[in-house]
Design a binder for this molecule. Structure first.
Ligand code: CA
Length: 226
C-alpha cells in the first residue's frame, strides 16, 4: 500500500482527504504545518507527498525546496485557483504535479497513481515501439539502430507517447504531462513540437509512420509494421 504524507493546515480538508484517500487504498499520514511536514517527510519516508502551498508557518515553495535538498520523494502540490505564478514556482522548485483547489478526491487519486507509476517505471525504463527505441535512463533515442538527436521536450513528448503506445493521447494531456500547463485553446505548443518530432523521425503529418494524428481527439504512437 502506498504511504502518503498530506501536509495541509485546514482541518476540514485534512479529515476529508484522509478518509477519501484511505478508501482508495492509500495509507495516509498528516501534518498541519510546514515544519511538522518536513520532519515527517524525512522520518516517515512516504512514497509521495501532497503539499498545500498555503501553510501558516512557511511558504509551500520554500518547504518544497528544503524537502528537495534532502529527498527525492514525489510531490503533488495543491494550489489555490488562479494562482498560476505560484504553480509554476512550485513546479520549478521540483513538484511533480499539481492540483487546483477545490479538487475532487478522485482527481487527486488519479494524479497520485500517475505520479507513482511514473516514478516507479518509465523514468529509467527502455521503451520500444517498432524500430524506435527510447532509453529513459540515458535519454537516448534510436530509430532502426541509428541515433536521433532530440531536444529535452521532444524526448519527453516521445517518451509520454511511447509509454502509451497504440493509445490516443489528447493534446490536453500532453500539455499537462509534458509541459505542466493547463490547456489553452490557442496553444500551438504541442502541434509545433509534434511537427519537429515528425521531421526528426523522417515523416510528416500527411504521411505519418509512427506519430499518427486522430482528428479532434489527439495523437498516438504506433508501430508502422503492425
Ligand atoms: Ca492552506
Amino acid at each position: 500500500m502506498p504511504q502518503l504524507l498530506l501536509i495541509e493546515d485546514d482541518p476540514g480538508i485534512r479529515t476529508a482527504l484522509v478518509r477519501a484517500l484511505s478508501e482508495r487504498g492509500h495509507g495516509v499520514r498528516t501534518a498541519a504545518t510546514g515544519m511538522a511536514g518536513l520532519q515527517e517527510a524525512v522520518d516517515g519516508r512516504p512514497d509521495l507527498v501532497v503539499l498545500d502551498l498555503g501553510l501558516p508557518d512557511m511558504d509551500g515553495c520554500t518547504l518544497l525546496a528544503m524537502l528537495r535538498a534532502v529527498s527525492e520523494v514525489p510531490v503533488i502540490v495543491a494550489t489555490a485557483r488562479d494562482d498560476e505564478r505560484e504553480t509554476v514556482r512550485a513546479l520549478d522548485a521540483g513538484a511533480d504535479d499539481y492540483v487546483v483547489k477545490p479538487f475532487a478526491a478522485d482527481h487527486l487519486d488519479a494524479r497520485i497513481r500517475a505520479v507513482l507509476r511514473r516514478g516507479g517505471s518509465t523514468e529509467s525504463a527502455v521503451l520500444e515501439v517498432g524500430g524506435l527505441r527510447l532509453d529513459g535512463g540515458s535519454r537516448e533515442v534510436t530509430l532502426d539502430g541509428l541515433p536521433i538527436d532530440l531536444t529535452r521536450k521532444e524526448f519527453d513528448l516521445l517518451a509520454h507517447l511511447a509509454s502509451k503506445a497504440g493509445t490516443v493521447v489528447s493534446k490536453r494531456e500532453l500539455l499537462a504531462e509534458v509541459w505542466h500547463q493547463p490547456y489553452g485553446g490557442g496553444d500551438k505548443t504541442v502541434d509545433v513540437h509534434l511537427s519537429w518530432l515528425r521531421r526528426k523521425l523522417g515523416e510528416s503529418a500527411a504521411e505519418p509512420r509512427y506519430v499518427v494524428s486522430v482528428r479532434g481527439v489527439g495523437v498516438k504512437l504506433v508501430d508502422p509494421a503492425s
